[in-house]
Design a protein around this ligand. Structure first.
Ligand SMILES: [Ca+2]
Length: 454
């Protein structure tokens, strides 16, 4: 018994020393991947894996604790059994000495039965211990592999991650400025709006017409959780990528700085993709023509808002815009008459509404819209548009799917799809008004624009 238990204890000690080394390693990985601007972003892939490992480790540690506990219990039982056997052997010897012959035989045989029984128990326990030991060996191997990956990531992230991602050299006050200076390639750029104290990284979408959109929000596949607090919405979260493959919220403070200048009206363009692609889109629009819409129609619907601004933090990042500037997704920011109550439209409009998160309730509702819907957004009472909502694969969801509160909490734009349909992809991006009509494609597109078929 003793040697195997010792080996087990040794194994456990080794595991614990591994797991504590793991913790330190993870911390280093994590901190070196969070640069100044609040984005954990320049190396989305490696930092994503590091985040995953940080989440994974507590589970492994917990399982090892459970194993240790089980081993201790079995060791105690074994010891008790051994003590009992020794005691019984002793009493057999003393019985031989002190008890008359016939009664001794009876007692002796019953004692022998007991001894056999206990020995069987001990054998069974030894088997259990052997099984546990092989389990521990497997886990040791897993931990060693995990440590190797951790070391690899640590090395990779110890150099500034941004050097591994291509950042374009041109800078400007926003993406249009960057494009005007001659940049033609969509990607990551450093910009510094007039009122900003330092530059920050953004994804610029630059098209063939020389238009430079500064992207402020992106949903693609649900990989980033948008259930975040006030500070996270203020600073931004998610991952920027040079090839526009990742999800993010740029950050309320940056959006405020980008729109704070009164000199130039800014257009907010919202682009939406549903789970049917653009099929319905084409059918509805061109029922009787021979035009092939694939030649020029984009696979999304859009809505434009002119004179878009985000207030300062002191004004709780209030959303304001001058007017709806067109689009084929409809004007969901203006509210929607759901048919529940005559005040529906008024209480689901978004113009002039302050930003709310679960920890900062600025909505017009007795309860807490952001908490109930698990997002940060310009919550009225609560919404007709909700692009930071929960991601639902496939789109359609129910009150049951919505969880604890059962309210419509998906990615919603009700003038296209109803509130129990969560969109597949969204983009929110801004551009100076003077540039929005430069694209031949968009102005042509706009002529056919109308309300959605919800
Ligand atoms: Ca409230």
């Amino acid at each position: 018994m003793a040697p195997s238990l010792l080996a087990t204890a040794g194994g456990l000690l080794l595991l614990f020393s591994l797991s504590s080394a793991q913790t330190r390693g993870d911390n280093i990985v994590s901190s070196s991947c969070t640069p100044n601007d609040g984005f954990g972003s320049y190396c989305p892939t490696t930092c994503g894996v590091a985040d995953y490992m940080i989440r994974y480790k507590p589970g492994v540690t917990r399982e090892l604790d459970d194993l240790q506990h089980a081993l201790e219990t079995i060791a105690n039982l074994t010891q008790e059994a051994e003590t009992t056997v020794v005691y019984m052997k002793d009493s057999t010897t003393s019985a031989q000495k002190s008890v008359p012959q016939d009664s001794y035989i009876k007692k002796s045989s019953s004692i022998l039965d007991d001894v056999v029984r206990f020995e069987k128990t001990i054998v069974a326990q030894e088997q259990q211990i052997a099984e546990l030991q092989s389990l521990i060996q497997t886990n040791e191997l897993n931990m060693v592999n995990l440590k190797k990956v951790s070391t690899y990531l640590q090395q990779k992230c110890s150099q500034p991650c941004k050097e591994e991602v291509e950042i374009e050299p041109t800078t400007g006050t926003d993406c249009q400025d960057v494009a005007t200076k001659g940049a033609t390639k969509s990607g990551l750029y450093y910009i510094k709006p007039a009122k900003a104290t330092e530059q920050f990284l953004v994804y610029c979408e630059i098209d063939n017409f020389g238009r430079g959109f500064t992207v402020i929000q992106r949903r693609r596949d649900g990989t980033v959780d948008f259930h975040k607090d006030w500070i996270q919405y203020k600073n931004g979260f998610g991952y920027l990528s040079p090839d526009d493959t990742t999800e993010f919220w740029l950050g309320n403070e940056k959006i405020h700085l980008l729109t704070a200048s009164t000199a130039m009206p800014t257009v907010l363009r919202i682009e939406l993709v549903d789970w049917d692609g653009n099929k319905r889109h084409k059918k509805k629009r061109f029922p009787k023509t021979n035009i092939n819409p694939l030649c020029w129609l984009p696979p999304y619907r859009y809505a434009d808002y002119n004179m878009f601004r985000l207030g300062s933090e002191a004004d709780m990042y209030r959303l304001t815009y001058g007017f709806y500037f067109g689009g084929d997704a409809g004007d969901a920011f203006d509210g929607f008459d759901f048919g529940d109550d005559p005040s529906d439209k008024f209480y689901t409009s978004h113009n002039g509404i302050q930003f709310s998160t679960f920890d900062k309730d600025n909505d017009k509702y007795d309860g807490n819209c952001a908490k109930q819907d698990g997002s940060g957004w310009w919550m009225n009472r609560c919404h007709a548009a909700h692009l930071n909502g929960k991601y639902y694969q496939g789109g359609r969801y129910t009150e049951k799917d919505a969880g604890e509160f059962g309210f419509d909490n998906g990615i919603i734009w009700v003038t296209w799809h109803n509130r129990w349909y969560s969109l597949k992809e969204t983009t929110m991006k801004i551009i100076p008004l003077s540039r929005i009509t430069a694209g031949g494609q968009q102005s042509g597109h706009k002529n056919f624009g109308g309300l959605g078929d919800s």
